[in-house]
Design a protein around this ligand. Sequence first.
Ligand code: IPE
Ligand code: IPE
Ligand code: MG
Length: 258
Amino acid sequence: MAHTSSTQTLPAIPTVPRHVAIIMDGNGRWATKRFLPRVAGHGKGVEAVRAVVEACVVRGVEYLTLFAFSSENWRRPADEVSLLMRLFVVALEREVSKMHANGIRLKVVGDLSRFDAKLQQMIDSAERKTAGNSTLTVTICANYGGRWDVMQAVQKMMAARSAAGAGAVQDPAAFSEDELAQYLAMAYAPEPDLFIRTGGEQRISNFLLWQLAYSELYFTDTYWPDFGADELDQAIASYQQRERRFGRTSAQLLEQAS
Ligand code: IPE
Ligand code: IPE
Ligand code: MG
């Protein structure tokens, strides 16, 4: 599906962001502050996901993308990693039917080959079941990394080129942004209008590197388990105050509006 690239052409500027992408951070600190094990924070984080998904439906957001597990999160202690996997399985078991009933399409992107067979199979069936829904597309980024995404896209693009004939790979100048973008894991979605990171850190942590080129960035100290509809509204209100220039000047925007 062709979506406007923020660097190739000027995208539309929606009042309510069409695509919100969130780094859900601060679960561990939320729990530690309460003298609870870190895993309690992850459990509570699942509840926050539910609240934010519901709020996005009500507000007319079309795409919600959630960073659930990064390609670097394997570096965590083995018991935390396995608990996160179990939570993922339980959340799929509990939530998929409800999401389907609410017209939500679920997508899971990342290098899924490292997950166990049962989880991969559950993801596959959840995606199939909800594929025809269009109220809100919820994408869970799992074992996802922005560099992994760009690399796998390059590999797929090169493979398609070589399948098209040896001559096709030999002219590097013939590659375009648009050609590469169609192989990114989230080629079905427009670029995020609004990026949110909870938990106080101000970094991208290898999230959507390509697609965040012109997203509005919003950082909050609120830990993810405490994030909900009100905090989402604050982020959207901040987004609505921004002037999205995409390289142009303020004067040009004013001229265009008049
Ligand atoms: C985010 O919360 C959830 C995952 C990365 C899975 P953290 O677990 O990173 O929480 P903090 O940053 O340690 O508080
Ligand atoms: C980013 O959070 C990844 C997810 C929220 C899934 P981290 O807590 O892993 O990020 P860093 O390590 O602090 O940058
Ligand atoms: Mg963290």
